[in-house]
Write a protein that binds this ligand. Structure first.
Ligand SMILES: [Zn+2]
Length: 311
């Protein structure tokens, strides 16, 4: 399911609203024409709304804290029925991924492409969807994303990876995160703010959510698939965020990994989460990652080095 992160809000209690709002701020990008669209949909029944409007309505209700009836549960229920549409993880190396991201801007989402493609991906709002959802084009004949209203789209025939880790890095690269960023900041973070160490010091670690911890450990035996990427990024992010909430300057993460599975995938996702939290945090400025597995340490260092040296 696409909105797996809404599952825990099925039986929504008022005290869960701040957490739901924080999750929405992580996953949901406010569309360009939000106010206008909200005015159009606010009086309509939830059962008649499209997925993108359900998201907007959910965001507006939660952020205004104006909860009167069961609308919220109904919206969540409907969103939980939306299936995943992302494509499998590509076998691109980080070097190739970075190259594709650098060239992404030149890729034009021409209207013509609608005839020859099935799936589109947007690196502004990170949605992956069937092209029949695209209903609008701008005066340059560029397709407009039905979710966020921007023209940051590419298609399956463009042969660019269509999975979340790619979209996530593209989003960071082009500075479309909630606070904005640019690639120079990513390079600085990779060079100076994220440290990979092999031996854990005496520092106390904050506890990791138990269900995330067992979810993470399960990938010592099985491949990380496309649908696992976002839950992993968010899990790491939440862990780092607990340091930010405590007003800490340094977050420490320790990963014991007794397998040689998913070394690149794990390093890449951990790096993305580290970038995201460093970009969005007020207190937290450094991340220390202790890795006992030498192969994993090497992979993680290599990922950081590649981002750091890229111009
Ligand atoms: Zn979009």
């Amino acid at each position: 399911m696409k909105y797996w992160w809404l599952e825990k809000y099925q039986n929504l209690k008022v005290k869960m609203l701040p957490e739901l709002l924080s999750d929405l701020q992580f996953f949901f990008v406010v569309p360009k024409n939000a106010s206008k669209r909200y005015e159009e949909i606010r009086k309509l029944s939830v059962s008649s709304l499209e997925e993108e409007d359900l998201c907007l309505l959910l965001y507006r209700i939660v952020s205004s804290k104006n909860i009167k009836d069961g609308t919220l549960s109904l919206i969540i229920q409907r969103l939980l029925e939306v299936p995943q549409t992302n494509l499998p993880i590509s076998d691109y190396s980080l070097e190739e991924i970075l190259e594709e991201i650098k060239n992404l801007y030149q890729n034009r989402p021409d209207e013509e492409k609608l005839k020859h493609n099935n799936v589109a991906a947007c690196y502004h709002c990170m949605n992956i969807f069937y092209v029949d959802k695209i209903k609008k084009v701008n005066q340059n004949h560029f397709c407009i994303c039905p979710y966020c209203g921007r023209t940051k789209l590419y298609f399956d025939n463009d042969l660019i990876p269509m999975n979340y880790s790619f979209l996530f890095l593209a989003k960071l690269y082009y500075g479309v995160s909630s606070l904005g960023c640019d690639f120079l900041k990513l390079q600085t973070m990779a060079k100076k703010d994220i440290h990979v160490l092999s031996k854990q010091s005496v520092e106390e670690l904050l506890p990791m959510d138990a269900s995330f911890s067992s979810f993470l450990r399960s990938f010592q035996e099985k491949k990380i698939r496309s649908e696992d990427e976002l839950p992993l990024i968010k899990g790491f992010y939440d862990y780092f965020h607990s340091y930010e909430e405590k007003g800490e300057y340094v977050a420490t993460f320790s990963l014991s990994w007794d397998s040689n599975q998913n070394l690149f995938e794990l390093s890449f996702l951990l790096m993305l989460s580290s970038f995201t939290i460093l970009m969005n945090s007020f207190y937290l400025k450094k991340i220390q990652i202790f890795v006992s597995n030498p192969s994993l340490k090497k992979e993680l260092e290599s990922c950081l080095r590649q981002v750091a040296k890229l111009t």
